[in-house]
Every structure is written in C-alpha cells, then in structure tokens.
Design a protein around this ligand. Sequence first.
Ligand code: SF4
Length: 427
Amino acid sequence: MTGHFPPPPARGCSDTPVLKERGQHEVFCGLTGIIWLHRKMQDAFFLVVGSRTCAHLLQSAAGVMIFAEPRFATAILEETDLAGMADAQEELDRVVTQLLERRPDIRQLFLVGSCPSEVIKLDLGRAAERMSAQFAPRVRVLNYSGSGIETTFTQGEDACLAAMVPVLPDTDSRELLLVGALPDVVEQQALDLLEAMGIGPVRVLPAQSVEDDYGIGPNTVFALTQPFLSDTHAALTRRGARHIAAPFPFGEEGTTAWLSAVAAEFDVPQDLFESVTAAPRARARKAVSQASEGLRDRSVFFFPDSQLEIPLARFLTRECGMAAVEVGVPFLHRAIMSPDLDLLAEGPTLAEGQDVDKQLARCRAARPDLTVCGLGLANPLEAEGMATKWAIELVFTPVHFYEQAGDLAGLFSRPLRRRGLLKLEAA
Ligand code: SF4
C-alpha cells in the first residue's frame, strides 16, 4: 500500500498494558441502536419489552419524529408484571398478535430485552421461538438484549446482528459480507469501490429486507465496518465464515488499508487498486487537511463510550497530527482491534471499562485540548472550561470511507474552533 502517512510506528499499542477499570460507568444503553437500525431494515419492527423509562429513552433518542407507521415501540411492563403477578408471556403474545395483524408490512420482528425484562427474567428467546413457529413463514421473530446493565450503546447493534446470523441459510459460495449498519449513501460508496475492483458478490449485514437473505458458510469472508461488532464476529466465525482483519475505514489511511485488505483477499491487481482509489484518496487527503487545521499538536482524551475510540485515535494522531493522552474503550476485543492498535503509536494510556471518578480525575489533571465523552460528562467538563465532543454524534453522523473523511476531522475541529471564537468574544 502506498501512502503519504508516517510509517507504521516502531512500537504500536498492541503490547501496551491495559488499565482495566470496573466501577460506575456513564453510557447510554443498547436500545439506542434501534434508532439507526430501524431505518436500515425496511421491513423490520423493534418491540422493546421494557418500562416507561425505556419508552422515554427511545422517544428522546429518536427526537421528535412523527411516523405514520412507526417501526419501533415499547411493550410496557407494568408493576404487576414486575411483581410476577401477571403472566408477561401471555401479555406479550397478545401484543404481538395484535401488532402483526395490523401491520402486514412487518417481515422481521425483534423482541428487544431491557433492564426490567432481564430483572424479572422474562425469557424472550422462548417467546421468539414460539412466535416464529406461529407466524412463519410470513414473519421471522428474533430476540436480543438492549439492556443497559454492563453494556454500552453500540452493543445493541452488535446483539441485533449477532441474533440474525444463526437463521441465515448455509451456502458454499465464495462471497464477501460487509458487516455493520452504515447510512445508505456511505454503504453505496463502499459497494461502488469494491465493484470497480471487480470484487463480488458482495452482501451486506444487515440487509434492507428479509427478501435479500443470503447464505453463510466456509467460503464466506467478512469485513467489519464498525468496531463494536464482537458478538457478530463470533457468530459469523461459528458459522465457518472468515474475518478479513483490517484497520477500520475512518480517514484516508484507514479506508485505504481496509480496502487493501479486502482487495488482497480477492487478488485485485495493485495497478487496478491504485487506479480505483487514487481520485477519492486525493479528495479525502485534501478534505482532511482542510478540516483538521487547528487539530495539529492538540491533545485528545477519550472516555469509553462508542467503541470507536481506538480507530478514531489512530485517525486523529496519524492523519490530523493530534496527540492522544488516554484512549478509553468499554471493551477491548483484540482480534478486531489489533490492526488499529498496531498503527497507534505507543504513548497514550489504554483503558478498558470505566471507573468514572478516577477517569475524570485523570482527565482534569491532563487538561486535554479536546475530550471525547458521553453527554452526561460533556456538560460538567464544558463548565470547567474544557472543549468536548459528544461520542454519540460519531455514530449518528456519516463518517466512514473516503468521502466522509473531511467531515470526520471536522467533527473534532469544530468544538475547538467554537471555543477559540468564544474566547475571542470574551476578550
Ligand atoms: Fe434504562 Fe435499561 Fe430501559 Fe435502557 S434498557 S432505558 S438503561 S431501563
């Protein structure tokens, strides 16, 4: 792979000792993923089996959206259910039957577990099996947990995709599977680049519709587009599929390295690879260099939140000239993260899990120029005069592949620019 980036560091972070923390953590729960997953899967419905809190979270995460026919809802567990006084399974059957009678457009139904349904040990797996048998072949019923107990918000997507893998049919065909929910326009950019290199057939998980189902088998190779898909990685591996390990497609370097790993798997000639990627690479380089003005030599501190922290630290340090002070991740999955860790020069503290008070103390002592964290921590840190970036925006904004590389750098430079302007006004 050719490039204008610094050579890979002599010592990356792969062998860096990891500071493991367990304590109070401040993150959204996995129900959040429903907001982007329901847009992606056009014939799916997400029925959260939870409390009023879960319904409120979904409503506020979705913003003020009015759907003629919404594709997610919450079946509220009332106090009688929680006290075990009512048969929640019977009640769930009734709600689902009503829903499916009213909505013939639903082809996949996800029963999504929550903290309350886990606390009362409501067996949604059994419910999904029973309902699948009842409503097959028109509707496929699956279940996963979006509970906020010991999880982080991107794990909702991971759990959802992992639940879909076992029901896909078997195949011996050699196919490439792209794994991870991307905005349609970004997904299409990736598919166009792969097609231009002659790579195919390419499938996508999650597919738009159950009609697009494909098989999985020993000749399936898969590339992850999101770094938080460790359970899906395990589920695909169990089906015999093979992971193409690569840095994640953030920034020009990450995108080129990701494409290059896929191209090598499919024996794409180097000159074809260069000709397909040259123009978008040049555009990405220019956009990143413009958007990252103001980031050079600034320091960044990541609280664990989205699971995107390691690839983003690699992007910010290698393409935008920032220095990482601490890179916190909720969970460190080495089979997925190694290629990015190899490129991240040693220096930052690597932390897994969270003890929020201790981490806040380290952050305050370091006074980084930019702190990437969840909403709950951003406000107090801003009040203390520190610039912050909300991690959740990185998941809701299109940031993958070449054409979004400049926007990705811009997401980090904007808070610094805004703070600079505020200081000027105050002077
Ligand atoms: Fe809250 Fe748990 Fe419901 Fe998420 S699943 S909204 S953390 S109660």
